[in-house]
Design a protein around this ligand. Sequence first.
Ligand code: BJW
Ligand code: ZN
Length: 251
Amino acid sequence: MGDTEEKNLLQARLILEHSSSVTVLSGAGISAESGVPTFRGTDGLWRNFRSENLATPEAFRENPRLVWEWYDWRRCAVKDARPNPGHFALAELENQKKKFTLVTQNIDGLHQMAGSRNVLEMHGNLWEIKCTKCGLITKDYRVPLEELPPLCPSCGGMGRPNVVWFGELIPMEVIDKTLKAIEDCEVMLIIGTSGVVEPAASMGLVAKQAGKTVIEINIEHTPNSPLFDFTILGKSGEVLPLLYTPRMAYS
Ligand code: BJW
Ligand code: ZN
């Protein structure tokens, strides 16, 4: 680790130590060390298709089976994934703070598996299927799914992944709670996201404009880096465990 990274790490540690309310925005990068592929970049997702061309309501209307094949493949890939030290560090940080909100763009459920409790899923959940006819949402952990597209257990309508695609709205309740969490926090951490997908990408700026300290953790700089207080360059699974003092078991 270079001198700058060491300095940024120490500074972040001090800032976090002295704050009682923290809000986090996480993206695909935090799950990369769990073996879950990110979207963009050289190792980005699948079969030379751009996720932008699959993660849309239009793509689903045109070819629901193809879109479902993609999601079924991702469900298979995520099924055996386990949280990494970055996920666990955030769960522990939550235990140490008076107020803590973890807003994630990820749909893999790994934050919850690591023990994070106050989690807002901006883009939905890979394990939920929503009926396009009656709107029923069911949890379904089968991999692979027996029939593609899966059918609604209640009305027989076609199911779709309960995720937010391009051109669709983030649930209003999630946006409201996210904005409130930003308003209420002293420090915001932006972890493992390329910061190109709105409205998540603007949340760091919202925090900055509200006078919060915003720290980014990423393996590389992003277009938003100049807006933030500073960026810690490194893998989130290596950086996050260094940002707090673990509680002693019997203290
Ligand atoms: C590491 C690491 C390690 C790697 N440690 N780091 C304003 C302007 C322009 C366009 C728009 C706008 N407002 C809305 C839009 C349209 C659109 C949008 O943003 N388009 C842009 C791409 C241009 N947004 C929407 O449509 C949103 N809806 C909306 O705003 O509704 C109102 C509206 C509609 C239309 C017009 C105007 C308003 C909905 C967005 C939904 C995004 N959905 C997806 C799919 C979800 C389901 C699924 O997973 O399949 O969400 S797309 C995909 O991108 C997924 C992700 O959550 C999201 C963000 O990706 P993320 O997490 O940043 O991943 P990567 O791969 O991009 O980056 C990984 C990062 O990790 C990199 O930086 C690495 O360096 C780093 N990294 N390893 C730390 N170990
Ligand atoms: Zn139904």
